[in-house]
Structures are given as structure tokens and as C-alpha cells.
Design a protein around this ligand. Structure first.
Ligand code: NAP
Length: 286
């Protein structure tokens, strides 16, 4: 890693908590000029308290085109002809539930945030990335390789992000803009509690038929999730992969994170659908 960090700027979306926040603070420490996407003033203040005075919070809801173009203008004025060295598309949400009953609006929102928002931000910043001979890093998930039951909306959104990343990687090769995908397994961040709350509200509104049909299986899947929660990794493991994707002379196209990342990759590449289904069903005692 022999890249000089002078005048190198990165934008991280969803930097209020979890992986985004850890990444913003780490890249700030390394010497990058970090633009940290947040949506609330207290998140901006909290980041400013922990970072150097180089870090700049940027109000950025990736579903709001006006905010995206304002953020792009602001950053363009700041970075001038240095452009942007890194765009880390990290913002994301999790929607779960049996696909037969998940409200269509919830599935739409899942795709708006995890897929459409990522493209919108990328489109808006690509001219700056081209100028800065920069790199794009998309935060996917093991769920972008293997789709588990009751995680359908989330997995579908991450599969879509993987596909977009593959297309974009080849499209942007002529300008030497590298596109990497990060595929973490379970990481200890607030996303789990947030998705649990959303899932509980949704489950409480499901019709009785849904509960009769899926109740036991959802409970088994939740027990499996509880087990996973006991072995979650720290966001640092993702941050290390992001640092490599940004700074290495030979960045990878995909970063599998932790044992779960490797297992998901093997399952996706080597196991037949039937074996994968059997393993997933067995693991979750469904
Ligand atoms: N934690 C895991 O186990 C895990 C595993 C694999 C992949 N991932 C992926 O890692 C990424 C970060 O997740 P995390 O675990 O760090 O969760 P997190 O702490 O909940 O962070 C999610 C971030 O996304 C932001 N966000 C949500 N909707 C947004 C929108 N419309 N516009 C802008 N920002 C928005 C949130 O902002 P607010 O605070 O303002 O809502 C927050 O900053 C996600 O893409 C997630 O899918 C996580």
C-alpha cells in the first residue's frame, strides 16, 4: 500500500452508526479527507467529537435526489480538481419476513435504499471519481451470495447490488475505476435491533393465516439468528477490507469477510441448489 493520502477524499454513505461510522473514523485517522453521509444533526455532532477537524459530515439521504445533488456540489467545491478517491456505498436497511406476506411497499423501500439509492449516489459522483482516479466500494453481504428464508427482500436487494457491481466494474475499467464488493457475515451493529423492531411490527400486523402457516418456521429462523448474534464480528473486520479495497495496489473484486463470508462463497459456488436448501433448512431446524 504505497498511496499517498494527501488530498485524497472519500465519501461514505450511512456513516451515523455501525460499519459506516467505524469506516469514517478509521479513514479519517489514516489521513483521508472524509465526507461522512449522515441524516441527523446529533450524528454529525457525534462524529465531529470523535474525528479530526478534516472530517466533514454531509447531509445525505440517498432516497432524496435534491440532497444527492447538493452533496455532490458541496463536495465538488471542496475537492476541486483532485476529485474523489473513494465512494463507499454503505447505507442500507434490512427488510425480513415471509415473501408471501411482506407488504409490497416494504419490499419497494428495501430496493429503493439498497439498490436504487446506491445507483443514484454513484451516478451523481462518478465524474468526481473519474477526476480523482478513484475507486467504488459497495457494501453487500453474505446475503448477496446466498438467500436465506425470511430474508428474501434483503437478499434480493444485495444480489442486485452484486450484479450492478459486476456490470459497473467492466464498464468503468477503461478509466481504471476499480469496483469492489464487500460481503460481510454478521457484524455487531445497530442494524440487527433496527431490523428486529421492523420485523416485530410487521409480524404483529400479519393476518392469522400467516401466523398459522409460518409462525413456527419464523421462530426457528429467529432462534438461528440469536445463535448468530453470539458470534458476530466487530465492524473493524469490514473496515480492514475497505482499507485494502481503497489502498491496495491489487484490490480484490470481492471481499469475503469472516468464516460466514467464506462459507457463503463456497455454498454459492460449489453446492447444488438441493444441497444448499438442505443445509439451510437443517441449520435453522425448519
Ligand atoms: N451488520 C451486519 O451484520 C451486516 C452484514 C452484512 C452487510 N451489512 C451491510 O452493511 C451496511 C451498513 O450496515 P450496518 O450494519 O453498519 O448498519 P447500521 O448501523 O444500521 O447503519 C446503516 C446506515 O445506513 C443509513 N441509512 C439507512 N437508510 C438511509 C437512507 N435512505 N439514506 C442515507 N442513509 C441511510 C443509516 O442512517 P440513519 O442512522 O440515519 O438511519 C445508517 O447510517 C448495510 O449496507 C448493510 O446491509 C451489514
Amino acid at each position: 500500500m504505497n498511496v499517498s493520502l494527501n488530498d485524497k477524499s472519500v465519501l461514505i454513505t450511512g456513516a451515523s452508526t455501525g460499519i459506516g461510522r467505524a469506516c469514517a473514523l478509521h479513514l479519517d485517522q489514516l489521513g483521508f479527507q472524509v465526507f461522512a453521509g449522515i441524516r441527523k444533526q446529533n450524528d454529525a455532532e457525534s462524529l465531529l467529537q470523535s474525528a479530526s477537524n478534516r472530517l466533514k459530515p454531509i447531509y445525505l439521504d440517498i432516497l432524496k435526489p435534491d440532497m444527492i445533488s447538493k452533496a455532490s456540489q458541496t463536495i465538488e467545491e471542496e475537492v476541486k480538481n483532485h476529485g474523489l478517491y473513494g465512494l463507499i456505498n454503505n447505507a442500507g436497511i434490512v427488510t425480513t419476513g415471509p415473501l408471501e406476506f411482506v407488504p409490497i411497499d416494504s419490499i419497494r423501500t428495501q430496493f429503493e435504499v439498497n439498490v436504487i439509492g446506491q445507483i443514484a449516489v454513484t451516478q451523481s459522483f462518478l465524474h468526481l471519481i473519474r477526476l480523482g482516479q478513484g475507486r467504488i466500494i459497495n457494501i453487500s453481504s453474505v446475503s448477496g451470495r446466498v438467500a436465506s428464508p425470511f430474508l428474501g427482500p434483503y437478499a434480493a436487494s444485495k444480489f442486485a447490488l452484486e450484479a450492478l457491481s459486476d456490470s459497473m466494474r467492466v464498464e468503468l475499467k477503461p478509466w481504471n475505476i476499480h469496483v469492489a464488493v464487500i460481503e460481510p457475515g454478521p457484524i455487531s451493529t445497530p442494524i440487527w435491533n433496527k431490523s428486529k423492531k421492523v420485523a416485530q411490527t410487521m409480524l404483529s400486523k400479519l393476518p392469522i393465516t400467516a401466523k398459522t402457516l409460518y409462525g413456527d418456521k419464523i421462530k426457528s429462523a429467529m432462534n438461528w439468528e440469536k445463535k448468530l448474534n453470539q458470534s458476530m464480528s466487530s465492524p473493524d473486520v469490514v473496515v480492514n477490507a475497505i482499507e485494502h479495497a481503497l489502498l491496495s495496489n491489487r484490490p480484490r473484486t470481492r471481499y469475503r469477510i469472516g468464516v460466514n463470508g467464506i462459507v457463503a462463497d463456497l455454498l454459492a459456488r460449489l453446492a447444488s441448489d438441493k444441497i444448499r436448501d438442505w443445509l439451510i433448512t437443517k441449520q435453522r431446524n425448519m
